[in-house]
Design a protein around this ligand. Structure first.
Ligand SMILES: Nc1ncnc2c1ncn2[C@@H]1O[C@H](COP(=O)(O)OP(=O)(O)OP(=O)(O)O)[C@@H](O)[C@H]1O
Length: 259
């Protein structure tokens, strides 16, 4: 699986958010997209998923422009977790996860036993197996987020695009789910591109990072290059300090001295 962009330009209203992005993401890589609120991270993610057209340039999956992919084939190559969702109907959790298996149903209407197996496995991996029969509208924010990630896993695609997967998750589930994503990359060669605001969490699981400034500027590289404190501070508009602790790197915002 390869995901690449050529001279990709994204805008919103009068603003240019990303300008001339030439970027290549390979199999087994885990990328974090980092930038301030409004920098264009979700806009980029929706463009990569093929849900909006870019203002310029192109996105390719496996060397084929997104616009040339039939929708069902695309749904077997990439899965996308949106930042927010709204549940209008009384679907059960298991039905919601099973609906992610739809791209595999070209020749049959009903889900098969293998789909149930995939859905239950995905729910178990997200510590949400006990919620299978519940109406999605009765779930807490963090439970709903875990079910949405389970649906993304059940889609069983080589490319996973996640807009703030750690949103609404408690500490234990943040660690569990980011660990799971890292293992999917390392052990199964899946490719993860995700947005996150927690720099320490991002550094812990990512192989690479893409920084967006929101004025067109970007910086892409391996984590040790892209997540240098000075560069992060420049892109995030606030000085960042990095501390080494127990073999881990922890990123903290520098606070102004108290008066
Ligand atoms: N129709 C529009 N007209 C003007 N600006 C828009 C329009 N649509 C989106 N924007 C702006 O585009 C910018 C990029 O939005 P986007 O959701 O991609 O940001 P983000 O980096 O994901 O931010 P966050 O960290 O807050 O989720 C925002 O400043 C948003 O207000």
């Amino acid at each position: 699986m390869t995901l690449s962009t050529r001279q990709l330009t994204l805008g919103a209203g009068e603003r240019t958010l990303v300008c001339g992005l030439d970027w290549r993401v390979g199999a087994g890589e885990c990328w974090s997209i980092i930038g301030r609120n409004g920098a264009g991270k979700s806009t980029l993610m929706r463009t990569l998923a093929g849900l909006r057209a870019p203002e310029g340039g192109s996105v390719e999956i496996d060397g084929r422009p997104l616009r040339d992919w039939p929708l069902e084939a695309l749904a077997r190559r990439r899965a996308y977790l949106a930042q927010a969702r709204h549940d209008a109907f009384a679907y059960s959790v298991i039905e919601t996860v099973l609906s992610a298996r739809h791209p595999y149903h070209a020749e049959r209407y009903w889900e098969g036993g293998d789909d149930h197996q995939a859905a239950l496995q995905a729910l178990a991996a997200l510590d949400a197996g006990h919620l299978a029969a519940r109406d999605v509208r009765t779930l807490s924010g963090g439970e709903r987020q875990r079910v949405a990630i389970a649906a993304l896993l059940a889609q069983d695609t080589p490319l996973l695009l996640l807009d703030e997967p750690a949103n609404a998750l408690d500490l234990a589930h943040q660690v569990r789910i980011t660990g799971l994503l890292a293992r999917l990359c390392r052990q199964q060669g899946k490719t993860v591109v995700m947005i996150g605001h927690d720099l320490t969490l991002a550094y812990g699981i990512s192989t690479h990072a893409l920084l967006l400034k929101g004025d067109g500027a970007w910086h892409a590289g391996a984590v040790d290059d892209a997540m240098r404190p000075a560069l992060l501070g420049d892109y995030l508009g606030h000085p960042i300090e990095m501390i080494e602790h127990g073999g881990r790197r922890i990123f903290i915002p520098l606070e102004p001295p108290h008066a």
